[in-house]
Design a protein around this ligand. Structure first.
Ligand code: ZN
Length: 247
């Protein structure tokens, strides 16, 4: 029976490496560690890639991490042809930080978009180059206007922090969740609220992903496209860089 993996990224989004002990190696090659900085695919954010460094300095290259039998188990997945470590072995886990940091910036941008467009979200996918957020809305919005509002939030450099509340607190105070449309990740006993702005003045919503700590870190982003997906659905595509680069 697998033990829960200590998810170090939950308390430090900027942790890119950690020492760990291999606790299980699955038949399909999947590796479990006692603790990890690897985020596992969930909530629209892809899992981290990277490698495990063994005592002899050799590396085991890893594809995107995923969750196991329960969401508390994180599986590190070696790429084709990689060797397996041994249970009990001490390794150092390294995430591809450049990729993760882009995902953190993009994920944060999706939160900012939900502030600018306060409509129910029906889907989202965070990517390294391009992210999409689907809203349940019928209004037509000018993408350059949305970009300008997003960049204003970025430039105002609001702090971003996590507040942990218990499932019971959340149930008792539904008002603290501004975004009614996203199902809070309840069931683990505590829920992380991602808060933007002093005293959450800009936004707060339950989210288990990884985010940057100041909006300025998001950098230049823009809405590349707003697609009509059915009568009541609009798909927004966020990209890095200035809008002019799209021309
Ligand atoms: Zn988030």
């Amino acid at each position: 029976m697998s033990l829960p993996t200590t998810a170090l990224f939950r308390d430090d989004f900027y942790l890119s490496t950690n020492e760990a002990v291999v606790t299980a190696v699955h038949e399909d090659g999947g590796i479990e560690l006692d603790q990890t900085c690897f985020y596992a695919t969930s909530g629209g954010q892809p899992g981290d890639t990277g490698f495990l460094e063994r005592a002899d300095g050799s590396r085991i290259a890893l594809g995107p991490a995923v969750t196991g039998a329960t969401k508390e188990i994180i599986i590190h997945r070696p790429l084709e042809g990689e060797v397996s470590p041994i249970v009990g072995e001490t390794v150092v886990a390294h995430i591809d930080w450049a990729r993760r940091y882009r995902l953190m910036r993009m994920h944060t941008a999706c939160h900012l978009l939900s502030v600018v467009c306060p409509y129910p979200i029906t889907g989202a996918a965070v990517g390294e180059e391009d992210s999409r957020v689907d809203f349940d809305m019928t209004e037509t919005i000018d993408k350059d206007e949305v970009t300008a509002k997003l960049m204003k939030l970025v430039e105002e450099n609001h702090p971003i922090f996590v507040q942990w509340i218990t499932d019971a607190e959340l149930a008792a105070n539904p008002g603290i969740v501004k975004s009614k449309n996203v199902r809070p990740p309840m069931g683990l006993g505590r829920v992380s609220l991602v808060c933007i702005g002093e005293n959450s003045a800009v936004d707060s919503q339950p989210c288990g992903g990884t985010h940057v700590s100041e909006t300025q870190e998001v950098g230049a982003i823009h809405i590349a496209k707003i697609e009509k997906k059915g009568k009541e659905n609009r798909r927004f595509r966020i990209r890095f860089g200035m809008p002019a680069s799209e021309a």
